[in-house]
Design a protein around this ligand. Structure first.
Ligand code: ADP
Ligand code: BMX
Ligand code: ZN
Length: 291
């Protein structure tokens, strides 16, 4: 049985054919359209899946946003070019003519990462530092979706009451500072208008403001992890997303976490599945519900 897995993020769309043993057979990416209109997203999804759909038995989507009853509701619409709502399962099932499920991207990635742990652990938290900051909580060996799909949205906890406004409507969220978009939004002077990737490559070459922006993101993430440890008493925190997986970032977070009292520290791991954690988690979850 093969699954067509899709990862819908704020910056990129990825799709892959995943076989019954969780191997990725083929994979492609497209940029996420920065448009408020659902039509643009539908057109990009159609283009993305066209070469991969033949031979698949089901579709599994890991998507940014709160996913409830197959509908994507953005908690931070700014991450999706202003798009606040999208009928995800209905649209993709129609395009692929296959049964389809959808789950939040960080929740899906948490499940794939949890299932790949080689230790006997029941409490784990996954954090993605990407366009936004997302999270997925494993408690008692189970994925916590929450009553309405909001569980794990740790990027919208408070980092700084005097911090920047977040697209979710709050002020000073972790996401508004630590995410790829937050890092870019904090840039001024010669860095204004640059994305997080360019800012981090300048940081690697010793640029002072770029280094400070990277350090601030890592510091905010470390404080979030201490809060997460206090809330869940998790045994591992796994980090993914393109910012989270970038060179030196995890070590910077580890160094900041060392400054917290010992009770709030927890071993940090880079996502074993790297940029495929969402795709593989969605495929695993689909295998459990669509035979
Ligand atoms: P998505 O949010 O669509 O899942 P990503 O995980 O790739 O996508 O995250 C996108 C964000 O990561 C963007 O803000 C981008 O600038 C940033 N990014 C991509 N590569 C790097 C890198 N090597 N270092 C730092 N930031 C990066
Ligand atoms: C935002 C939120 C989360 C998502 C997280 C990471 C939206 C559209 N998304 O906090 O649901 O898990 O970003 O998403 O409100 P990504 O696009 O960075 O992967
Ligand atoms: Zn927020």
């Amino acid at each position: 049985m093969s699954t067509l897995a899709i990862d819908l993020g704020g910056t990129k769309l990825a799709a892959a054919r995943v076989d019954g043993q969780q191997n990725i057979i083929a994979r492609r990416e497209l940029p996420t359209p920065a448009s408020k209109t659902p039509d643009a997203l539908e057109a990009s999804l159609a283009e993305l899946i066209a070469p991969l759909v033949a031979g698949a038995q089901r579709v599994a989507i890991a998507s940014t946003g709160i996913i409830q009853n197959g509908v994507l509701n953005a908690i931070n619409p700014e991450n999706l070019g202003g798009l606040a709502r999208f009928p995800l399962v209905e649209t993709v099932a129609r395009l692929a003519r296959l049964p389809c499920i959808a789950v939040n991207d960080a929740q899906a990635a948490a499940w794939a990462e949890y299932r790949s742990l080689r230790e006997d652990i029941e409490e784990m938290v996954f954090l993605t530092v990407s366009t936004g900051v997302g999270g997925g909580i494993i408690s008692g060996g189970r994925l916590l979706p929450g009553a309405g799909g909001l569980a794990g949205h740790l990027g919208h906890t408070l980092a700084d009451p005097n911090g920047p406004r977040c697209g979710c409507g709050r002020t000073g969220c972790v996401e508004a500072i630590a995410s790829g978009r937050g890092i870019a939004a904090g840039a001024t002077g010669d860095l204004a208008g640059k994305d997080a990737k360019s800012i981090f490559s300048l940081a690697a070459r010793g640029h002072a403001q770029a280094t400070a922006l990277k350090q601030r993101s890592a510091q905010v993430l470390a404080r979030l992890i201490a809060d997460v440890k206090a809330t869940t008493d998790c045994q591992r925190v796994v980090i993914g997303g393109s910012v989270g997986l970038s060179e030196g970032y995890l070590d910077a977070v580890r160094t900041c976490l060392q400054e917290e009292p010992a009770i709030y520290r927890v071993p940090l791991l880079a996502a074993r599945h790297q940029h495929n954690a969402g795709l593989l988690g969605a495929a695993l979850l689909a295998q459990e519900v669509i035979s």
